[in-house]
Design a protein around this ligand. Structure first.
Ligand code: ATP
Length: 395
C-alpha cells in the first residue's frame, strides 16, 4: 500500500535517515524500533508529511505523495503526549477535526458514539482532559484519530507516558482496535519487547539505516548483524569475538567446527542467547560444554539470570528452575547446542548463516497470518537461492 524508496533525510550536516527502502502492506502493523536518535521519529514525520525527504520517494498505492501535504495524505498521527485541547470536553476533542473540516453535523454523533463505545469512553464524553487518567487520555487521542477513518495510523511512542500496568492495558486496546479496523499502522518505539509483542513485521533502525526487516520471530531467530543480535532480545544475546584455527573454535576441551561460510577465518563473532545455555547436562542432546564460575545472580521473577566466567569469556544465562540454582562462587559445567550458535563476520559484523532448507511444521492449522509471515520471511531471503513453500493439511 505504501512504499518508501531510497529515502534520505538530512538536517544540514546530520543525516537522520540514509537510503531507507520499505513497504507497508494494507492492514499491516509495522513497528519501527531502534535506539534513541536512530531516526524513528524522523521517518514517522516524513510519512505524516510534516517533513519532506532530501532524496527518495514515498508512494501511496500508485500515487507519488513525496511532496503531498499532511492533509492530502489522510493519515492520523497519535503522539506520546496525547496533544489534547485542555479547554475542550472529550467529545469536542474527538470531533475537533470534523469541525475544522466543516463536515456535515448530521453524521457526527453516530460516529462519536460508535468510537466511544469501541474505546470504552461512553461515560467520559463530557469530561475535560484534566479529569482523565493517562490511559483514558491516550484512548481519547486514539478516538480522535479513528473518527477520521484514516488510510494509515502513525503512532509515536504512544505508551511511553503511561505506567507499566496502564501500558499493558492501552497496548491491548491498540491491538484490539487493529484487529477490528485492520487499518495499516506504523508504530514507533524504542522498546524491543513492545515491538516484538505487537508487530506483524519489525523494522530495526540504527544510525538512520535499516538494519533488518521481518516478522518478530524471524528477526529474533536470525538477526542479520551484530547490532540486531544485541538489540533484540532481553536479556541480550552473549556476544564474543573468538579466535579460529583450522576452521574451528576451541571451547575448553572441545572444538566447535565452523560451518562452511565461517571457515578460513582468523576470528569470528559468536552469539549465544542466555536461554540457550543450560547447566542441566543430562539428556540426549549433543552439547558443547564449558567449565564456569558464578560471578553474579539476579532474580528475574520466575528465573534467575546467572553471570558466569568461562574460558571463552563472561556469559549470562537464564536458570529456569530456581530450586537448587547455583550461588555466587559455585563452580559448575554449562553447555549449549551448536545449532543455537549465531556467527557473524568479525569485520562486516554481518551474520554468517549456513543456508539449509527450512522445514515448517505446525500441528495447528496454518492461518492467513502464518502464510503472510512465511511469505515475508522467504521474500527477505530472495536472491539467496530457490525457495519452495509446501503447504499441506486439511483446509
Ligand atoms: P528518540 O527515540 O530519542 O526520539 P529517534 O530515533 O526518534 O530518537 P530522530 O528524532 O528521528 O530519532 O532523530 C534522528 C537524528 O536526527 C538525531 O541525531 C537528531 O538529533 C537529528 N534530528 C532530528 N530532527 C532534527 C532537526 N530538526 N534538526 C537537526 N537535527 C535533527
Amino acid at each position: 500500500m505504501l512504499r518508501l524508496h531510497n529515502v534520505t533525510k538530512r538536517f544540514e550536516e546530520k543525516t537522520a535517515l540514509d537510503g531507507v527502502t520499505l513497504e507497508i502492506a494494507a492492514g499491516e502493523f509495522l513497528v519501527l524500533v531502534g535506539p534513541s536518535g536512530c531516526g524513528k521519529s524522523t521517518l514517522l514525520r516524513l510519512l505524516a508529511g510534516l517533513e519532506h525527504p532530501s532524496h527518495g520517494e514515498i508512494w501511496l498505492d500508485e500515487v507519488n505523495i513525496t511532496a503531498a501535504s499532511p492533509r492530502q495524505r489522510n493519515f492520523a498521527m497519535i503522539f506520546q503526549n496525547y496533544a489534547l485541547f485542555p479547554h475542550l470536553s472529550v467529545k469536542d476533542n474527538i470531533t475537533f477535526g470534523m469541525r475544522v473540516r466543516r463536515e456535515p453535523k448530521a453524521g457526527w454523533s453516530a460516529r462519536v458514539a460508535q468510537v466511544a463505545r469501541m474505546l470504552e469512553l461512553d461515560e467520559l464524553l463530557e469530561r475535560k482532559p484534566a479529569k482523565l487518567s493517562g490511559g483514558q487520555r491516550q484512548r481519547v487521542a486514539m478516538a480522535r484519530a479513528i473518527v477520521r477513518d484514516p488510510r494509515l495510523f502513525l503512532m509515536d511512542e504512544p505508551l511511553s507516558n503511561l505506567d507499566a500496568r496502564l501500558r499493558g492495558d492501552v497496548r491491548d486496546s491498540i491491538m484490539a482496535l487493529h484487529r477490528q479496523l485492520c487499518t495499516a499502522t506504523v508504530y514507533v518505539t524504542h522498546d524491543q519487547i513492545e515491538a516484538m509483542s505487537m508487530a506483524d513485521r519489525i523494522v530495526v533502525l540504527d544510525q538512520g539505516r535499516v538494519q533488518q526487516i521481518g516478522p518478530p520471530e524471524y528477526v529474533y531467530d536470525r538477526p542479520a548483524n551484530v547490532f540486531v543480535a544485541g538489540f533484540i532480545g532481553s536479556p541480550g544475546m552473549n556476544i564474543l569475538t573468538l579466535p579460529c584455527e583450522r576452521g574451528a573454535i576451541a571451547l575448553g576441551a572441545q572444538a566447535y567446527l565452523l560451518p562452511a561460510p565461517a571457515q578460513q577465518r582468523d576470528s569470528v563473532i559468536v552469539g549465544i542467547r542466555p536461554e540457550h545455555i543450560t547447566d542441566d547436562l543430562q539428556g540426549t542432546r549433543q552439547l558443547l560444554c564449558l567449565p564456569a564460575t558464578v560471578t553474579q545472580r539476579e532474580l528475574m521473577g520466575a528465573d534467575y539470570l546467572l553471570h558466569i566466567s568461562t574460558p571463552i569469556g563472561a556469559l549470562r544465562y537464564c536458570r529456569k528452575n530456581r530450586g537448587d540454582a547455583p550461588r555466587v562462587g559455585d563452580s559448575l559445567s554449562i553447555g549449549f547446542s551448536p545449532i543455537d550458535i549465531h556467527l557473524f563476520d568479525a569485520q562486516t559484523q554481518r551474520a554468517l548463516y549456513q543456508e539449509t532448507p527450512h522445514a515448517f511444521a505446525s500441528d495447528t492449522a496454518l492461518t492467513g497470518a502464518h502464510l503472510y509471515r512465511l511469505a515475508h520471511a522467504l521474500r527477505q531471503r530472495a536472491g539467496e537461492g530457490e525457495h519452495r513453500l509446501h503447504v499441506s493439511g486439511p483446509g
